[in-house]
Ligand binder design. Structure first.
Ligand SMILES: C[S@@+](CC[C@H](N)C(=O)[O-])C[C@H]1O[C@@H](n2cnc3c(N)ncnc32)[C@H](O)[C@@H]1O
Length: 217
């Protein structure tokens, strides 16, 4: 059983219709700008060891992993099969609405690193997901939850829709900590626009990541 962090009010969202409907049409777009994506890929290069078993939870047609690194396996999950099918990094994938069913179809201690990008903000039962991620992670493994300051507002639970960037960081860290992950590390950075505007001080999407490890036994 997961340790409860949110109240029922904090789980509510404006659009309570089935999330599967919202994601029924594939979106072959980037949800985050190039500056954010470059920072994310560099973080993955620094933090994910070669050969790791990687889970990209709440994925799409892109996983943001560096092209030249070979992982043991990359398993994807999402809500739109066409998007996942087109994702070149995935060895396999499955579709599951995590707001309906939080049990992940993966063995205990089978994953080294789990990733969530621009997805945590849509979770209505984040405690159960964080507990499941802990279960499937090998001792010493990690979870990286990354996001910026955008969202599909009507699909974000109140806890996220009402919060500041700092609130979001603290909220993700508190849920992970409550389920038994080690004290998370927080990264909060302003990026520089990846185009010509960057040379003149133009900003990109702000970059936030919460990283936590599972205790080594
Ligand atoms: C903004 S997209 C981000 C996709 C991808 N991680 C990326 O970086 O492009 C949000 C993703 O969250 C996932 N998602 C949203 N609501 C979900 C739900 N109820 N159950 C499972 N996944 C969900 C979907 O996979 C969706 O593509």
């Amino acid at each position: 059983m997961a340790v409860v962090v949110l109240s029922e009010d904090q789980r509510r969202k404006w659009d309570s219709s089935d999330d599967g409907l919202f994601y029924s049409q594939p979106r072959f777009v980037h949800h985050l700008d190039e500056a954010f994506r470059q920072r994310l890929t560099s973080l993955y290069r620094e933090r994910i060891p070669d050969g790791a078993a990687v889970l990209d939870l709440m994925s799409s047609w892109v996983s943001h992993l560096p092209d030249d690194v070979r992982y043991g396996s990359v398993i994807g999950h999402g809500l739109n099969e066409q998007e996942l099918q087109r994702n070149p990094r995935l060895d396999r994938y499955w579709v599951q609405n995590l707001n309906k069913d939080q049990l992940l179809p993966l063995d205990d201690a089978s994953i080294d690193v789990s990733l969530i990008v621009a997805g945590w903000q849509y979770l209505q039962q984040p405690e159960a997901i964080a507990a499941e991620l802990l279960r499937i992670t090998r001792p010493g493994g990690q979870v990286l939850v990354s996001f910026s300051n955008r969202m599909f507002f009507t699909k974000a639970p109140q806890i996220w829709a009402d919060g500041s960037d700092q609130d979001h960081l603290e909220y993700v860290a508190s849920v992970l900590l409550a389920q038994g992950w080690c004290q998370p590390e927080v990264i909060a950075e302003q990026t520089r626009n990846a185009g010509i505007a960057g040379y003149f001080g133009g900003k990109g999407d702000p970059f936030f990541s919460v990283i936590a490890h599972k205790n080594r036994l």
